[in-house]
Design a protein around this ligand. Structure first.
Ligand code: KPL
Length: 337
């Protein structure tokens, strides 16, 4: 499938003929997964354990070598380690239409990752985004308008101990819904859930995923940048008085933005939400702190950046948000990381 260019998005020609239907090919039951990080590998392993075919799409042959050296994909859950034989391909090795796709990359890599497999993507493919952040969902809808987009919000705690060795440290749950939510359909949502690893992971569906996405991005906006700046665990945001003051200020700015944008009734008080999650995940190192410490590019533009853009649109001054955004953007990035 050819992605829409910006010009296409605003023209009528963006409605593409359905040349390759998911129902017409045998690959329909296989999931392809973009992003071989903790969540991508956790889902690949969980699908595999439930006898649903899953193929991880990796960037290059180097990743395939790493996988072979590891002897497969290892998943540690409940103090037990299982070794699974996942299928791995690079984008150029894909020789079948992709009708089901999970995207578990960092938010900022979504469009680039989709572009790498776009030639194989069925026009009516089902795409499930398992990511943090806001902004990328709309971009996918605009660039791939004939696909069926779903988003999952997960509280599963998983990390990569070393390449292709995944620890599922905290069993959470994942809520999945159609994006945009006006297109939500009972039958399709139930059918989707049946084809996901619902025996290995705790999965739920919702017809109203948008407020949940907003809440999640709000929580990440409060917790991730401050833990990354102060290099502290989530619980320290509440325990360290100077840091807690900043959390309060940040929450006050975010509340002003959600009020002005008409989202406050859906998400509620930012400070309350952040306090709840920081308490429940007190011992966690946030994903942004992990990215900073590993020299990876952070998802700041899709987390705090989302609120800064919303603030600007609504003429709200957000000095702490802006300062944090600039600070995090300037951290050095090691592109090999
Ligand atoms: O989602 C998270 C993250 O670190 O990205 C939270 C909820 C803050 C848990 O650490």
């Amino acid at each position: 499938m050819k992605p829409n260019t910006a010009a296409d998005i605003f023209s009528k020609q963006s409605i593409m003929p359905r040349s390759r239907s998911a129902k017409q090919n045998l690959a329909a039951s296989a999931w392809y997964i973009l992003g071989a990080g903790a969540i991508g590998c956790l889902w690949a392993a969980s699908l595999q354990q439930q006898n649903i075919r899953a193929t991880l799409v990796v960037r290059d042959e180097k990743s395939i070598d790493l996988y072979n050296t590891n002897g497969g994909l290892s998943l540690n859950r409940d103090q037990q380690t299982v070794m699974l034989a996942a299928e791995l391909v690079t984008p150029t090795q894909i020789d079948q239409p992709i009708s089901r796709l999970i995207v578990a990359t960092k938010a900022q890599h979504t469009l680039e990752a989709l572009a790498s497999i776009a030639d194989n993507l069925a026009d009516d493919a089902t795409i499930l985004l398992l990511q943090n952040g806001m902004g990328q969902q709309q971009a996918v809808v605009e660039q791939y308008p004939s696909t069926q987009l779903y988003c999952g919000i997960s509280t599963d705690g998983a990390y990569v101990a070393s390449p292709f060795n995944i620890i599922h440290a905290g069993a959470g749950n994942t809520v999945i819904g159609r994006f945009p939510e006006q297109l939500s359909n009972d039958r399709q949502l139930t059918a989707l859930l049946d084809d996901l690893p619902n025996q290995q992971l705790s999965l739920e569906t919702s017809h109203h995923i948008e407020p949940l996405l907003l809440k999640k991005v709000l929580i990440n906006t409060l917790i991730n940048p401050l833990t990354a700046v102060h290099q502290c665990r989530n619980g320290d945001l509440l325990a360290l008085p100077d840091v807690y003051l900043q959390l309060q200020q940040l929450a006050a700015e975010v509340d002003q933005v959600t009020r002005a944008a008409g989202h406050y009734h859906a998400v509620g008080s930012a400070l309350e939400l952040a306090r709840e999650v920081a308490t429940a995940t007190a011992n966690n190192r946030s994903s942004m702190l992990q990215d900073r410490q590993a020299g990876r590019r952070t998802e700041i533009d899709y987390i705090l950046g989302y609120f800064c853009r919303l603030a600007e649109k609504n003429n709200i001054a957000t000095p702490l948000c802006d300062a944090l955004l600039n600070m995090v953007r300037q951290w050095p990035v090691n592109d090999q990381a």
